[in-house]
Design a binder for this molecule. Structure first.
Ligand SMILES: O=C(O)CCC(=O)C(=O)O
Ligand SMILES: [Fe+2]
Length: 339
């Protein structure tokens, strides 16, 4: 049950760093994650089993969006089809800031770096959620680092999921079928500094995340806020060395409402004098494969690809391309509504 928390809990993952983790430490970690996801839905995780520190992660943002990063023309060669009709990529790649939009951010998204061999019968070639990643030609080494970070965050998600399975009283392997052909997305985000003529309070409007788990790196700028059970917005400031991890809508349903998909938002912070960078954040959205049957503890089920296509109809960056979706998921939509 959501509580009137006034700060986010901090949980150490040091138990995962050992090559042979102690069973009692893993059991304690599983119980602690269950507790925080049942009460706040959000947690800072520290002692992360990643080879990337914050400097490495935000270095990727700087290489893409920073003063010495890609020009707007270069970024637009990677833009999704909604923004550049002649581009082929619909799901992965760049999205620019939208004039007049509530969410004032640009982003670059990549998926699991696997080589796909078949087109999904669910979406067909016209709208392909398993399309390859796109990178700028001069970015070979950047590509390797982005894809390695994706792989490490996927591996960490897998370990968190097995701890969460145990918390639900299921075998540690309960969520393993989520891992086949996973659609997980790594998103590099840049919130440009707000110009004085556009004093906008919110740069990312209140929402819950739609999927399973989100693992977020945020830079020291601050501005992330999380809503408690009394509808108060609680600041979630930068904690060095941590990631903010939260439950998505689908995982809340999988757990039968035991875990909470908590509303969150980002407020603009006043730029320091001479500040031109803005804010960087890097969410990793753990997502199952397109054909994965996601079953809740109450026995409801949905095919993940149908869930995500349904959600995309409400997302601004897919408005053009999702026109084709109703025919493609005609049967699946009924299942989604039931779930
Ligand atoms: O930028 C952030 O700190 C949060 C971003 C977010 O909530 C999202 O992309 O879903
Ligand atoms: Fe979010």
């Amino acid at each position: 049950m959501s509580t009137s928390f006034s700060s986010l809990p901090v949980v150490s993952l040091s138990a995962l760093s050992s090559s042979s983790p102690k069973p009692d430490e893993l059991a304690a970690l599983s119980a602690r994650l269950d507790e925080v996801f049942s009460t706040t839905g959000f947690v800072y995780l520290t002692d992360l089993p990643l080879t990337f520190n914050h400097e490495d992660v935000f270095g990727l943002c700087d290489e893409f969006f920073g003063a010495n990063g890609l020009s707007l023309d270069q970024k637009m060669t990677l833009a999704k089809k909604t923004f550049v009709k002649t581009n082929k990529n619909t799901y992965r790649g760049y999205f620019p800031t939208q004039p007049g939009a509530d969410n004032l951010k640009e982003g670059f998204e990549l998926g699991t770096p696997y080589k796909k061999t078949t087109v999904s019968p669910l979406t067909g070639p016209k709208f392909d959620l398993t399309e390859p990643n796109v990178f700028h030609l001069s970015h070979a080494e950047f590509q390797t680092r982005c894809e390695t970070l994706h792989t490490q965050l996927q591996a960490l998600s897998e370990r968190l999921l097995s701890l969460l399975a145990v918390a639900l009283g299921k075998p540690a392997s309960f969520f393993d079928h989520y891992l086949a052909d996973s659609l997980s997305t790594l998103r590099l985000l840049h919130y440009p500094p707000i110009s004085s003529e556009r004093q906008q309070e919110l740069v990312c409007t209140p929402h819950t995340d739609s999927g399973i788990l989100t693992l977020l790196h945020q830079d020291p700028t601050g501005g992330l806020e999380v809503r408690n059970s009394e509808d108060a917005w609680i600041p979630a400031p930068y904690v060095p060395g941590s990631m903010v991890v939260n439950i998505g809508d689908l995982m809340a349903k999988v757990s039968g409402g035991r875990w909470i998909a908590t509303y969150h938002r980002v407020r603009s912070t006043k730029p320091a004098d001479g500040e031109v960078k803005g804010r960087y954040s890097v969410p990793f959205f753990f997502e199952p494969g397109l054909n994965c049957v996601v079953e809740s503890v109450d026995g409801d089920e949905v095919v993940y690809g149908e869930h995500v296509l349904e959600k995309m109809k409400g997302w601004v960056e897919f408005q053009d391309v999702v026109e084709d979706v109703p025919e493609m998921v005609a049967d699946g939509r009924m299942v989604v509504e039931a779930f």
